[in-house]
Design a protein around this ligand. Structure first.
Ligand code: PEP
Ligand code: MN
Length: 272
C-alpha cells in the first residue's frame, strides 16, 4: 500500500485542530449531538448539556443520507443555521456532513469540520473537494471498506493538500444482525500503526444499540482511540432518525463521567 501523505510513525503523529479543540494530542475527545438537527430548541438543549458534561465538539446532520428517499432528509441550510447558533451559545465547534461537492460553499460557511459519511467514503470527487478545503475533515469508514480502502480514501483527501483528517471507525456490514453493524475495534490500533492520523470511534452507528454505547466507548478508549462520536437526543423515542441508538441526556452524562474517570488509565493525558 502506497501512502505518501498520511504514513507516519509514532514520533510524527498528526494533531488535528478544530477551532481550539485538539484531536490526537493524547487526550480523549467526546463529540456528541443528534443524528439529525430537528429544531433550534433541541439543539440548544443538547449543546448546553453535552458541554456541561465534557463534550468538546457538537455534531448534527443537516444533510442526511437516508436509505429511503421518503425518510426525513434533514433541515439543510436551516439546520446549519441552528448549528451555528448553538455554537455561538456554547462555544463548541460543529461538525456536519457534506454529501455533494456542489454543497461545499454553503456548508463550508457554517461548519468547523466537514464530515464525509460512510456511504460517501469512496466518492472520489467529494474526497478531492474536501481535500482542497482549509477545514478539518472527519472521514467515516465505508460500511464495506477494508482498512486499505479507508486509508486510500484519506490519502485522496491529503493528496489534494488537506491532511487535517480524523478517521472514524463506525462499524462494517457483516452477517451478524444482533447489532446494526459490526464495530471493528481492531481497526483502531491497526490504523494508528499504519498512518499518523487520529482515529475516533462511533459506537452509535457501530452498534445501533443504546445499551452498547458504554462498553464500546470504553473498549475504544482501551484500544487507543483518540475519541468517540456519540448520538444523543432529549427524547430518543421521538427522534426523526436513529432513535434506537441515541442516548438521552442523563445516559450521556453517565457515560461521559465514566469515560472521564477511566481516561487516566488509558490516555496519555500527561502530554497535555
Ligand atoms: C452520521 O454520523 O450522521 C452518519 C450518517 O453515519 P454513517 O455515515 O457512519 O452512517
Ligand atoms: Mn445517525
Amino acid at each position: 500500500m502506497e501512502l505518501r501523505y498520511i504514513a507516519g510513525e509514532n514520533n510524527n503523529r498528526k494533531v488535528v485542530k478544530v477551532k481550539d479543540v485538539s484531536i490526537g494530542d493524547g487526550d480523549f475527545a467526546i463529540i456528541a449531538g443528534p443524528c439529525s438537527v430537528e429544531n433550534l430548541e433541541m439543539l440548544m438543549e443538547i449543546s448546553c448539556r453535552i458541554k456541561e458534561n465534557g463534550a468538546v465538539i457538537l455534531r448534527g446532520g443537516a444533510f442526511k443520507p437516508r436509505t429511503s428517499p421518503y425518510a426525513f432528509q434533514g433541515l439543510k441550510e436551516e439546520g446549519l443555521e441552528y448549528l451555528r447558533q448553538a455554537s455561538a451559545e456554547t462555544g463548541l465547534p460543529v461538525v456536519s456532513e457534506i454529501m455533494d461537492p456542489r454543497d461545499m460553499e454553503l456548508i463550508y460557511s457554517y461548519v468547523d469540520m466537514l464530515q464525509i459519511g460512510s456511504r460517501n467514503m469512496q466518492n472520489f470527487s467529494l474526497l478531492k473537494e474536501v481535500g482542497r478545503a482549509d477545514k478539518p475533515v472527519l472521514l467515516k469508514r465505508g460500511m464495506a471498506a477494508t482498512i486499505e480502502d479507508f486509508l486510500m480514501a484519506a490519502e485522496y483527501i491529503a493528496s489534494e493538500g488537506n491532511d487535517d483528517i480524523v478517521l472514524c471507525e463506525r462499524g462494517i456490514r457483516t452477517f451478524e444482525n444482533y447489532t446494526r453493524n459490526t464495530l471493528d475495534i481492531t481497526a483502531v490500533p491497526i490504523l494508528k500503526s499504519l498512518c499518523r492520523l487520529p482515529v475516533i470511534v462511533d459506537p452509535s452507528h457501530g452498534t445501533g444499540r443504546r445499551d452498547l454505547i458504554l462498553p464500546m466507548s470504553l473498549a475504544s478508549m482501551a484500544a487507543g482511540a483518540d475519541g468517540v462520536m456519540i448520538e444523543v437526543h432529549p427524547c430518543p423515542e421521538n427522534a426523526l432518525s436513529d432513535g434506537e441508538q441515541s442516548l438521552d441526556m442523563q445516559e450521556f452524562k453517565k457515560i461521559a463521567e465514566r469515560l472521564k474517570s477511566t481516561k487516566e488509565c488509558f490516555c496519555d493525558i500527561r502530554r497535555k
